[in-house]
Design a protein around this ligand. Sequence first.
Ligand SMILES: [Zn+2]
Length: 186
Amino acid sequence: MRALVIVDVQNDFCPGGALGTERGNIVAEQIALLQHDPDNRYDAIIATQDWHIDPGKHFSDNPDYIDSWPVHCVVGTGGAGFHPAIDEDKLDQIFRKGEYTAAYSGFEGHAATDDSITMAQWLHGRGIADLDVTGIATDYCVRATVLDALKEGFSVRVLTDLCSPVHPDTEAQALSDMKNAGAEIV
Ligand SMILES: [Zn+2]
């Protein structure tokens, strides 16, 4: 059983957003094509959302773009919403993270419909062992989600064409880290 995991394809991480990444729109549109492909063969399609209320030092007026960032993905703002290409009706579940803390990995989140269910519990409960991971940003939330998925025992493929990085240097390091941890980079 295989799931497609769409990490943080939100307006603030796409061009024009508070932390827009260059390839955000392209990635959103290509992921949407997969969502609508009748031959996609995924047993589940899920998405994560960076979902901030007051995440402390994760936000800064003078961000270092490593551990602190401009204000982004605040609950109730358009920036926290999915890119318009993403079809929410074709998501089996959404996992939200980071209300009161920095949270890079989707595995730190909880189901939008039930706070008590983690992403690992949800996937294991459906017999899903294999994940295809896509989204934004390759070098931060995709990387953290993939490393946690491997720790949770999932077999992971990273679909690099469907991922958008913050910066090419940290992207290269992240791809190397994910590969060394056991992910297949495709
Ligand atoms: Zn954040």
